[in-house]
Design a protein around this ligand. Sequence first.
Ligand SMILES: [Zn+2]
Length: 315
Amino acid sequence: MMIRQRTIKKEVSASGIGLHSGKKVSMTFKPAPANTGIVYVRSDLSPKVYMKTSAEMVRDTELCTAIISDDGARVATIEHLSAALSATGIDNLYIEVNAPELPVMDGSAQPFIYLLESAGIEILSAPKKFIKVLKKVRVELDDKWAELCPTKAGFKLDLQIDFNHPAMDKSMQHYKLDFNGDRFLSDVSRARTFCFMKDVEFMHAHNLALGGSLDNAVVMDDFHVMNPEGLRYPNEFVKHKMLDAIGDLYMSAQSIVGEFKAYKTGHHLNNMLLRALLADATAYNLITIEDGKQGLEQNRFIEEVHVHDTDAVIA
Ligand SMILES: [Zn+2]
């Protein structure tokens, strides 16, 4: 039996604050048939604008990952939902949103996973497509780099960050993950985005990230984590960078079979890497996978859902 494509069983809605605008944003996830892909719908525009995610649709990676249509319609801050879709194996979905950005929720992927699980996961009949890496592809930018290498099976990640900050333990800046839905959910999904107070002040002065707060990011002053609850994981920072990479590499809604290694990577480099891979027809194959170990793990994920408390408002 092939591993098959997925969508959700029923519509689900939520609202939250937009990171950039600071205003309330509503979104609705709707089931989609096989081979639809992940399609964002700007329901506030007339006529509505449909945008299917792909490596090429990512046209802004300044503060987040944003897709922009040819006529300039955008949806920003999609990377954490993208990571949640990757983890739940959902490759077909309509996401209606009434603003140029998704709600930031708590700055992690967990509220999105909660919503997708609340809607229920529907297995479709069409086989799921995987991107199998056939040869090493590498991109570099200054001292940063990211690469994808072939593996026999699965999706492995190895990521290192390098921050010099009193609140960021040097021994907690390297993380490896043998990716599957369970592991992502328990070990990575709750890692929040992070920033420095001096950057927040700069951004606010320039009308950026107006919705950013201690409710949706780990914020550090010159010495400490300012959030009263502290960190969710001792290595939350590197885990969040991994969460971002998982989301950024899922822009074509196809799971990768390969090994991702990166040093100081970010949205821009992650997108460069995915583009570089897909631009080289000899570097990958689109494959289907028989329901072996990997399929069983995916199925187990559905039966054992660990839902954490969330502030998500479910309409
Ligand atoms: Zn992020």
